[in-house]
Write a protein that binds this ligand. Sequence first.
Ligand SMILES: Cc1cc2nc3c(=O)[nH]c(=O)nc-3n(C[C@H](O)[C@H](O)[C@H](O)COP(=O)(O)O)c2cc1C
Length: 191
Amino acid sequence: MSVAELIRARRSIRKYNSTPVDQELVVELLRKANRLQPFAEAGSWRVVYAGTPEARKRLVDYMLEQMSQSRLGKLIPGKLLDIFKKRFTDIPAHLIVMSNLGPDRLTNDRNYAAACGMMQSFQLIGWEHGLGMLWDTEAMMLHEGFFKGIGMREDERFVGVLHIGYYDKAPRSRKRTPAEQKWTVLRGQSI
Ligand SMILES: Cc1cc2nc3c(=O)[nH]c(=O)nc-3n(C[C@H](O)[C@H](O)[C@H](O)COP(=O)(O)O)c2cc1C
């Protein structure tokens, strides 16, 4: 498959089958994705990996900590919460990506962008191996308890969680906004 075809074919996967994901494969894909970086400064990002059932359960508990302790969360029936937790825990692997804050805004943004670029390459290379992923940045999980649980440091910025697994069926593509609609030509004269 050409790179252009790969980019077009890759879909966000939200439903995974139970085939286990090999941690070694994840490391290998990460290495390859990193090598594709146009600029890769050592230490500009790092990842935390949750691949065992115990680690996945811990991660889900961190994610849901704030919601389950909130007034609204306490109204959610325990059974429903368990179903939700099981759905997450059943996902074979999670890769949490953090970028380094750096001394100034530009460095922060560069490191964040480098991490995003790496994540997209990682998703694409993973797709070639039959792996589906979802890039998750849901506000519900972004709270102190979660950041503390995953060991995020003060000099780090959360980028996203990639949920990873094999899938049986890929969904259809969503409609894209044509590039021309995001296009402005700067002219020599003001109008
Ligand atoms: C930066 C970024 C953040 C995202 N955050 C979420 C998210 O929080 N929840 C979610 O369901 N999907 C999230 N996604 C996945 C997008 O919704 C998905 O890429 C989009 O629907 C297009 O689908 P496709 O990847 O199949 O082309 C995110 C994607 C990106 C690039």
